[in-house]
Design a protein around this ligand. Sequence first.
Ligand code: CA
Length: 268
Amino acid sequence: MLRFSGAGVSDVGLVRSDNEDSAFVGPYLALVADGVGGAAAGEVASATAAYAVSATVLARMGEEPEQLLLDGFEAARTSIRRGVQGDLARLGMATTLTAVVCDGHRAVLAHVGDSRAYVLRGGELTRLTTDHTYVQGLVSSGQLRAEDAARHPWRNVVLRSLDGDPVHEGVDLLPLPVSPGDRLLLCSDGLSDLVAEDAIGELLGVEDPHSAAAVLTRAALDAGGRDNITVVVLDVVDGPMVVGDGQLLGAVRDIANVVDPGAVRLAR
Ligand code: CA
Protein backbone atom coordinates (compact mmCIF):
# COMPACT_ATOMS: atom_id res chain seq x y z
CA MET A 1 0.00 0.00 0.00
CA LEU A 2 1.31 3.42 -0.92
CA ARG A 3 1.40 6.26 1.58
CA PHE A 4 3.45 9.29 2.49
CA SER A 5 6.17 9.52 5.11
CA GLY A 6 6.75 13.22 5.55
CA ALA A 7 7.57 16.27 7.59
CA GLY A 8 6.83 19.97 7.38
CA VAL A 9 7.86 23.39 8.62
CA SER A 10 5.82 26.61 8.68
CA ASP A 11 8.00 29.59 9.61
CA VAL A 12 6.93 33.22 10.04
CA GLY A 13 10.11 34.40 8.26
CA LEU A 14 12.23 37.44 9.11
CA VAL A 15 10.00 40.36 8.05
CA ARG A 16 6.32 39.57 8.73
CA SER A 17 4.93 39.73 12.26
CA ASP A 18 2.36 36.96 11.72
CA ASN A 19 2.22 33.64 9.89
CA GLU A 20 -0.63 33.61 7.36
CA ASP A 21 0.30 30.15 6.01
CA SER A 22 -1.26 26.89 7.15
CA ALA A 23 -0.36 23.29 6.37
CA PHE A 24 -1.11 19.68 7.15
CA VAL A 25 1.18 16.68 6.83
CA GLY A 26 0.03 13.09 7.31
CA PRO A 27 0.37 9.60 5.80
CA TYR A 28 -2.54 9.98 3.36
CA LEU A 29 -3.01 13.76 3.08
CA ALA A 30 -0.77 16.80 2.87
CA LEU A 31 -1.55 20.41 2.02
CA VAL A 32 -0.23 23.97 2.00
CA ALA A 33 -2.41 27.12 2.15
CA ASP A 34 -1.14 30.71 1.89
CA GLY A 35 -3.68 33.28 3.08
CA VAL A 36 -4.06 36.96 2.20
CA GLY A 37 -6.22 39.69 3.72
CA GLY A 38 -5.91 42.54 6.22
CA ALA A 39 -6.93 42.53 9.90
CA ALA A 40 -5.60 38.98 10.51
CA ALA A 41 -7.91 37.65 7.79
CA GLY A 42 -5.08 35.93 5.91
CA GLU A 43 -4.60 33.60 8.90
CA VAL A 44 -8.35 32.95 8.99
CA ALA A 45 -8.54 32.14 5.27
CA SER A 46 -5.62 29.68 5.25
CA ALA A 47 -6.56 28.07 8.59
CA THR A 48 -10.19 27.64 7.56
CA ALA A 49 -9.18 26.05 4.26
CA ALA A 50 -6.63 23.73 5.90
CA TYR A 51 -9.15 22.68 8.53
CA ALA A 52 -12.02 22.15 6.07
CA VAL A 53 -9.96 19.99 3.72
CA SER A 54 -8.24 17.92 6.41
CA ALA A 55 -11.53 17.32 8.29
CA THR A 56 -13.31 16.32 5.07
CA VAL A 57 -10.58 13.98 3.84
CA LEU A 58 -9.76 12.32 7.17
CA ALA A 59 -13.42 11.65 7.97
CA ARG A 60 -13.99 9.89 4.64
CA MET A 61 -10.70 8.08 3.93
CA GLY A 62 -11.20 5.25 1.46
CA GLU A 63 -13.48 7.25 -0.82
CA GLU A 64 -12.27 8.38 -4.22
CA PRO A 65 -9.48 10.97 -3.78
CA GLU A 66 -10.86 13.26 -6.51
CA GLN A 67 -14.24 13.51 -4.76
CA LEU A 68 -12.66 14.04 -1.32
CA LEU A 69 -10.55 16.89 -2.68
CA LEU A 70 -13.39 18.56 -4.59
CA ASP A 71 -15.70 18.33 -1.56
CA GLY A 72 -12.94 19.57 0.76
CA PHE A 73 -12.15 22.55 -1.47
CA GLU A 74 -15.87 23.37 -1.73
CA ALA A 75 -16.26 23.17 2.07
CA ALA A 76 -13.26 25.52 2.36
CA ARG A 77 -14.73 27.99 -0.11
CA THR A 78 -18.12 27.97 1.64
CA SER A 79 -16.59 28.46 5.10
CA ILE A 80 -14.37 31.33 3.93
CA ARG A 81 -17.37 33.05 2.34
CA ARG A 82 -19.32 32.58 5.59
CA GLY A 83 -16.39 34.05 7.50
CA VAL A 84 -16.58 37.23 5.43
CA GLN A 85 -20.36 37.46 5.87
CA GLY A 86 -19.86 37.16 9.63
CA ASP A 87 -17.22 39.90 9.80
CA LEU A 88 -16.93 42.38 6.97
CA ALA A 89 -13.46 43.46 8.19
CA ARG A 90 -12.40 40.20 6.50
CA LEU A 91 -13.70 41.30 3.08
CA GLY A 92 -11.17 40.23 0.44
CA MET A 93 -9.62 37.42 2.48
CA ALA A 94 -8.56 34.48 0.36
CA THR A 95 -6.09 31.63 0.29
CA THR A 96 -4.14 29.45 -2.07
CA LEU A 97 -4.57 25.73 -1.53
CA THR A 98 -2.43 22.88 -2.82
CA ALA A 99 -3.33 19.41 -1.48
CA VAL A 100 -2.42 15.80 -2.24
CA VAL A 101 -4.39 12.71 -1.19
CA CYS A 102 -3.22 9.08 -1.42
CA ASP A 103 -5.78 6.28 -1.04
CA GLY A 104 -3.19 3.49 -0.73
CA HIS A 105 -3.02 2.87 -4.47
CA ARG A 106 -2.79 6.22 -6.20
CA ALA A 107 -2.31 9.90 -5.42
CA VAL A 108 -4.25 12.92 -6.65
CA LEU A 109 -3.28 16.59 -6.44
CA ALA A 110 -5.69 19.52 -6.22
CA HIS A 111 -4.53 23.10 -6.63
CA VAL A 112 -5.70 26.73 -6.67
CA GLY A 113 -3.35 29.73 -6.53
CA ASP A 114 0.44 30.13 -6.51
CA SER A 115 1.64 27.68 -3.90
CA ARG A 116 3.48 24.84 -5.60
CA ALA A 117 3.96 21.08 -5.77
CA TYR A 118 7.11 19.42 -7.11
CA VAL A 119 8.29 15.85 -7.50
CA LEU A 120 11.93 14.77 -7.20
CA ARG A 121 12.52 11.52 -9.09
CA GLY A 122 15.94 10.14 -10.00
CA GLY A 123 17.54 13.41 -8.90
CA GLU A 124 15.38 15.47 -11.28
CA LEU A 125 12.94 18.11 -10.02
CA THR A 126 9.65 18.58 -11.90
CA ARG A 127 7.03 21.19 -11.07
CA LEU A 128 3.55 19.64 -10.93
CA THR A 129 1.40 22.75 -10.50
CA THR A 130 0.78 25.76 -12.72
CA ASP A 131 0.70 29.11 -10.90
CA HIS A 132 -2.67 30.83 -11.24
CA THR A 133 -0.98 34.21 -11.61
CA TYR A 134 -0.99 37.06 -14.08
CA VAL A 135 2.70 36.49 -14.79
CA GLN A 136 2.25 32.75 -15.48
CA GLY A 137 -0.42 33.76 -18.02
CA LEU A 138 2.18 35.92 -19.80
CA VAL A 139 4.68 33.03 -19.81
CA SER A 140 2.11 30.51 -21.07
CA SER A 141 1.07 32.80 -23.94
CA GLY A 142 4.70 33.45 -24.92
CA GLN A 143 4.71 37.15 -23.91
CA LEU A 144 7.30 36.69 -21.15
CA ARG A 145 10.31 34.38 -20.84
CA ALA A 146 10.04 31.90 -17.95
CA GLU A 147 13.44 33.06 -16.62
CA ASP A 148 12.12 36.64 -16.33
CA ALA A 149 8.95 35.69 -14.42
CA ALA A 150 10.64 35.62 -10.99
CA ARG A 151 11.64 39.31 -11.34
CA HIS A 152 8.41 40.65 -12.87
CA PRO A 153 6.93 43.46 -10.70
CA TRP A 154 3.47 41.84 -10.87
CA ARG A 155 4.68 38.33 -10.04
CA ASN A 156 2.57 38.21 -6.88
CA VAL A 157 -0.77 38.97 -8.57
CA VAL A 158 -2.81 35.78 -8.02
CA LEU A 159 -5.79 35.27 -10.34
CA ARG A 160 -7.40 32.25 -8.70
CA SER A 161 -7.82 31.53 -4.99
CA LEU A 162 -10.35 30.38 -2.39
CA ASP A 163 -12.49 32.60 -2.21
CA GLY A 164 -11.10 35.74 -3.79
CA ASP A 165 -12.25 34.32 -7.09
CA PRO A 166 -15.57 35.80 -8.14
CA VAL A 167 -15.70 33.83 -11.41
CA HIS A 168 -15.18 30.51 -9.58
CA GLU A 169 -12.96 28.97 -12.25
CA GLY A 170 -12.62 25.74 -10.33
CA VAL A 171 -9.83 23.57 -9.06
CA ASP A 172 -6.96 21.98 -11.00
CA LEU A 173 -7.22 18.24 -10.35
CA LEU A 174 -4.24 16.09 -11.41
CA PRO A 175 -3.71 12.35 -11.00
CA LEU A 176 -0.13 11.84 -9.73
CA PRO A 177 1.52 8.64 -10.96
CA VAL A 178 3.79 8.23 -7.91
CA SER A 179 6.06 5.30 -7.05
CA PRO A 180 8.01 4.36 -3.93
CA GLY A 181 11.21 6.43 -3.86
CA ASP A 182 9.55 9.58 -5.23
CA ARG A 183 9.86 12.64 -3.02
CA LEU A 184 7.15 15.33 -3.17
CA LEU A 185 7.43 18.96 -2.07
CA LEU A 186 4.51 21.29 -1.34
CA CYS A 187 5.50 24.89 -0.57
CA SER A 188 4.24 28.44 -0.30
CA ASP A 189 5.82 31.24 -2.36
CA GLY A 190 7.88 32.23 0.70
CA LEU A 191 10.17 29.41 -0.52
CA SER A 192 9.68 29.40 -4.30
CA ASP A 193 10.00 33.21 -4.68
CA LEU A 194 13.32 33.28 -2.85
CA VAL A 195 15.10 30.04 -3.70
CA ALA A 196 15.81 29.11 -7.33
CA GLU A 197 14.43 25.82 -8.63
CA ASP A 198 17.84 24.22 -9.19
CA ALA A 199 18.72 24.93 -5.54
CA ILE A 200 15.33 23.60 -4.42
CA GLY A 201 16.05 20.38 -6.35
CA GLU A 202 19.43 19.93 -4.66
CA LEU A 203 18.25 20.68 -1.12
CA LEU A 204 15.10 18.58 -1.48
CA GLY A 205 17.28 15.50 -2.08
CA VAL A 206 19.09 15.56 1.27
CA GLU A 207 18.64 12.67 3.72
CA ASP A 208 15.16 12.35 5.21
CA PRO A 209 12.07 14.60 4.83
CA HIS A 210 12.72 16.28 8.23
CA SER A 211 16.20 17.40 7.17
CA ALA A 212 15.04 18.42 3.69
CA ALA A 213 12.23 20.59 5.10
CA ALA A 214 14.70 22.18 7.53
CA VAL A 215 17.39 23.00 4.93
CA LEU A 216 14.83 24.37 2.44
CA THR A 217 13.40 26.66 5.14
CA ARG A 218 16.94 27.71 6.11
CA ALA A 219 17.66 28.60 2.47
CA ALA A 220 14.57 30.87 2.28
CA LEU A 221 15.57 32.55 5.56
CA ASP A 222 19.13 33.04 4.30
CA ALA A 223 17.68 34.65 1.16
CA GLY A 224 15.93 37.29 3.30
CA GLY A 225 12.84 35.48 4.59
CA ARG A 226 10.61 38.32 3.48
CA ASP A 227 7.45 36.18 3.50
CA ASN A 228 6.06 33.31 5.56
CA ILE A 229 7.77 30.06 4.54
CA THR A 230 5.92 26.74 4.47
CA VAL A 231 7.58 23.54 3.28
CA VAL A 232 6.09 20.02 3.31
CA VAL A 233 8.32 17.14 2.17
CA LEU A 234 6.81 13.69 1.52
CA ASP A 235 8.49 10.41 0.65
CA VAL A 236 6.23 7.98 -1.22
CA VAL A 237 6.63 4.63 0.56
CA ASP A 238 5.18 1.13 0.08
CA GLY A 239 4.18 -0.73 3.24
CA PRO A 240 1.35 -1.61 5.59
CA MET A 241 -1.38 0.94 6.36
CA VAL A 242 -0.54 3.13 9.35
CA VAL A 243 -2.70 4.64 12.06
CA GLY A 244 -2.42 8.33 12.87
CA ASP A 245 -3.87 11.36 11.21
CA GLY A 246 -0.99 13.80 10.92
CA GLN A 247 0.04 17.24 12.04
CA LEU A 248 -1.32 20.76 11.58
CA LEU A 249 1.20 23.56 10.98
CA GLY A 250 1.04 27.37 10.92
CA ALA A 251 -2.08 29.50 11.44
CA VAL A 252 -4.46 26.49 11.61
CA ARG A 253 -2.85 25.41 14.90
CA ASP A 254 -4.89 28.22 16.51
CA ILE A 255 -8.54 27.08 16.37
CA ALA A 256 -9.61 30.73 16.79
CA ASN A 257 -8.54 31.23 13.17
CA VAL A 258 -10.99 28.61 11.87
CA VAL A 259 -14.39 29.89 10.73
CA ASP A 260 -17.34 27.85 11.92
CA PRO A 261 -15.80 24.36 12.22
CA GLY A 262 -19.28 22.83 12.68
CA ALA A 263 -20.20 23.84 9.13
CA VAL A 264 -17.68 21.37 7.74
CA ARG A 265 -19.71 18.45 9.10
CA LEU A 266 -22.96 19.91 7.80
CA ALA A 267 -21.49 20.26 4.32
CA ARG A 268 -20.94 16.49 4.01
CA1 CA B 1 3.07 34.02 0.71
